[in-house]
Design a protein around this ligand. Structure first.
Ligand SMILES: C[S@@+](CC[C@H](N)C(=O)[O-])C[C@H]1O[C@@H](n2cnc3c(N)ncnc32)[C@H](O)[C@@H]1O
Ligand code: SF4
Length: 369
């Protein structure tokens, strides 16, 4: 299947998916695998071909995620970063993020990323508690995570985000408070806090179904509230349910996505959206690589979005942000009801979640959709 992009429709946001990890975490449902050196090498060549073939891209943001892009050898990372520079027009690039796993960070890689213009790091710390890191099957401990943060700082990165996870099995309020406090002490510019979700086809979901783990909405809301209180007090703006930033450091890439901007995704499993067209690359790195070497498109499915699908998506994503959504896109009686209950607030022509509303964001979204 081939999706043509008209050259007039320049896309400003690029996502690149690197599908390999050194170790597979038992809760993770992103497309990833443990590849051998030959597979990773061939994949890099295939990715370079896809970058070369992608037209009508003038990125203002690039997000290089995965998987674990920092699991690449320094030499392979250099090949891919060089390919981006040679084959893309980066003259309008403002934000270039890479996802980094503390288990695969080195001063050499950090220096290389800096040299090639990557200017934002998203560091997957998850927790500062070694018992919880063990439970999560992480390949690093807390000391390595701190060392990685310092490596990036020393390499000159002034925009670092830290990922944390909460409502983990057995996690106490105290452990969560300590993780938040430790993060604040390091003074990252951005912090993402994700509530653990039990995803399909993961070991964690199997353990949940066997009754080893359980979910408690009140507990999750309590953890979220603790994050809101501590991070806002420390000077972070809660600009999306899972995201906090110091003024001026909100993620441009993610905001574009939440606002419904067009984006192109390269690499296996990546989605692209332009106008009403959405397509996805095949979520199989062998077949992805084979196709690129055979000059075939890696696209596996495409659909035409309806205006209603677009509207629903815009509301679902926008409602999670502090910008909220344009009020007239919602049913007004329902909005008035939610405002009366203190869950939504009107600001000029828009509505957004109140503090209480943020604690029950999924229920509010279910009401209005
Ligand atoms: C693409 S992933 C990972 C980046 C990198 N590979 C790492 O693990 O450090 C981005 C983030 O999603 C979050 N995440 C992954 N699976 C999750 C799940 N099941 N529930 C909640 N958050 C999850 C983690 O915080 C992770 O850092
Ligand atoms: S959480 Fe990150 S390191 Fe773990 S399997 Fe998923 S992508 Fe790989």
């Amino acid at each position: 299947m081939k999706v043509e992009m008209k050259s007039s429709d320049t896309v400003r946001h690029l996502y690149v998916h690197f599908p390999f990890c050194a170790r597979i975490c038992p809760y993770c449902a992103f497309y990833k695998t443990r590849g051998n050196a030959v597979e990773v090498g061939r994949f890099c060549e295939a990715l370079v071909r896809e970058v070369q073939g992608s037209s009508a891209l003038l990125p203002s943001t690039i997000y290089f995620g995965g998987g674990t892009p920092t699991a690449l050898k320094t030499s392979q990372l250099e090949v891919i970063l060089s390919a981006f520079h040679q084959r893309l027009d980066l003259s309008e690039l403002k934000e270039w993020t890479i996802e980094a796993n503390p288990g695969s960070v080195s001063a050499r890689k950090a220096a290389l990323l800096k040299k090639f213009g990557v200017n934002r790091i998203s560091l997957g710390v998850q927790s500062w508690d070694n018992d919880l890191l063990n439970l999560l099957g992480r390949e690093h401990n807390a000391a390595q995570a701190e060392e990685s943060f310092r490596i990036f700082r020393d390499a000159g990165f002034s925009n670092i985000s830290i990922d944390l996870m909460f409502a983990l099995p057995g996690q106490t309020e105290r452990q969560w408070r300590d993780s938040l406090q430790k993060t604040i002490t390091l003074e990252p510019e951005h912090i993402s806090t994700y509530c653990l979700t039990y995803e399909e086809d993961t070991e964690f979901l199997a353990r949940f179904e066997r009754g080893e783990f359980s979910v408690d909405d009140d507990r999750e809301a309590g953890f979220l509230e603790m994050a809101m209180i501590m991070l806002e007090r420390a000077g972070y703006e809660h600009y999306e349910i899972s995201n906090y930033a110091r003024p001026g450091f909100r993620s441009e890439h993610n905001q574009a996505y939440w606002r419904g901007a067009d984006y192109v995704g390269l690499g296996p499993s990546a989605f692209s959206t332009r106008g009403f067209e959405r397509w996805q690359n095949i979520a199989d790195h062998h077949e992805y690589t084979r196709r690129l070497f055979a000059n075939e498109a890696p696209v596996v499915s495409a659909e035409r979005l309806t205006p209603e699908m677009k509207r629903t998506e815009r509301i679902a994503l926008g409602l999670r942000t502090c910008e909220g959504i344009v009020a007239h896109t919602l049913e007004q009686n329902q909005v008035n009801e939610l405002v009366r209950h203190g869950l939504l607030v009107r600001r000029e022509s828009r509505v957004s979640l109140t503090r209480t509303g943020r604690l029950v964001a999924d229920s509010v979204a279910a009401e209005v959709l």
